[in-house]
Design a protein around this ligand. Structure first.
Ligand code: PGA
Length: 250
């Protein structure tokens, strides 16, 4: 456990940050082969997954008892859709490690009853014994998963309406066209995320500098969902130099 939380570490570049977090995850996995991981998608974790794949190939990391829960998925997309987060995870991580398919947990974007699907996910996390380490990125608007800024947050896994900036941020998965990005998603809630035993938040680049400063030092506010990480006793915020430029470290 870190003494002060959120605990912020700044590395000169994103690649170094990724390799340090990958080494931490590899150590956790060796110590506890049945590790339960919460995982994000987006540009941010790409280098981390690449490092993990490299470490796995080089050192024979055993993923056969690991369980994963991804943070979110688009409503209406099958896991086979090229824009789905499931496809992203297959491409960047799952295909390259020996994790059994049955241990990979994803919200089903095509569920007929999305409310029931969200409850199923909460129960599955509980049945797995809870998440040991939740990795997360942060949106420029301060979202985590698809917990978008607004007058109120839903604490548990829920169906969310995506903001325009979030759809723009995901356009690359849909041929560069934000209009093709689904308007809704299923997402773990902030309470779901905060129940993980440890949280590692990654952020790179100057576009994240403002929201990182507010998440670490600003007031708790639903206008910046990441600010709720201040309530957790074991949060590591891992930044490159550009994402730390507005940070006032007291
Ligand atoms: P990014 O997205 O990693 O592509 O910047 C992060 C997020 O929106 O959570």
């Amino acid at each position: 456990m870190t003494f002060r939380s959120p605990h912020v570490t700044v590395f000169p570049d994103a690649r170094t940050a990724a390799s340090v977090v990958a080494a931490r995850l590899a150590a956790a996995l060796r110590e506890r082969p049945a590790l339960v991981l919460g995982l994000p998608t987006g540009r941010t974790p790409v280098a981390l997954y690449a490092e993990l794949v490299k470490l796995t190939a080089a050192t024979g990391l055993d993923w056969s008892s690991v369980t994963t829960f991804n943070l979110d998925e688009f409503v209406g997309l099958e896991g086979t859709h090229p824009g789905s987060y499931r496809q992203f995870m297959d491409a960047h991580l799952f295909r390259h490690v020996d994790i059994p398919d049955g241990r990979i947990n994803f919200l089903q974007g095509t569920a007929v009853d999305t409310e029931q699907e969200c409850q199923r996910y909460e129960h599955a996390i509980m049945a797995a014994g809870g998440i040991d380490i939740q990795i997360a990125g942060i949106g420029t608007n301060g979202h985590i998963g698809f917990n978008e800024p607004g007058p109120a947050l839903q604490s548990r896994t829920h169906r969310a309406i995506l903001r325009e900036e979030t759809r723009r941020g995901n356009a690359a998965l849909f041929g560069g066209d934000p209009a093709q990005v689904p308007a809704e998603a299923l997402s773990m809630g902030m309470a779901t995320i905060l129940q993980a035993r440890a949280v590692i938040l990654l952020a790179h680049g100057s576009s994240k500098a403002g929201c990182i400063e507010r998440a670490v030092n600003g007031p708790l506010t639903t206008d910046l969902p990441a600010s709720f990480l201040q309530l957790h006793h074991d949060v590591d915020i891992v930044l490159d130099a550009a994402a730390a430029t507005e940070l006032k470290i007291g």
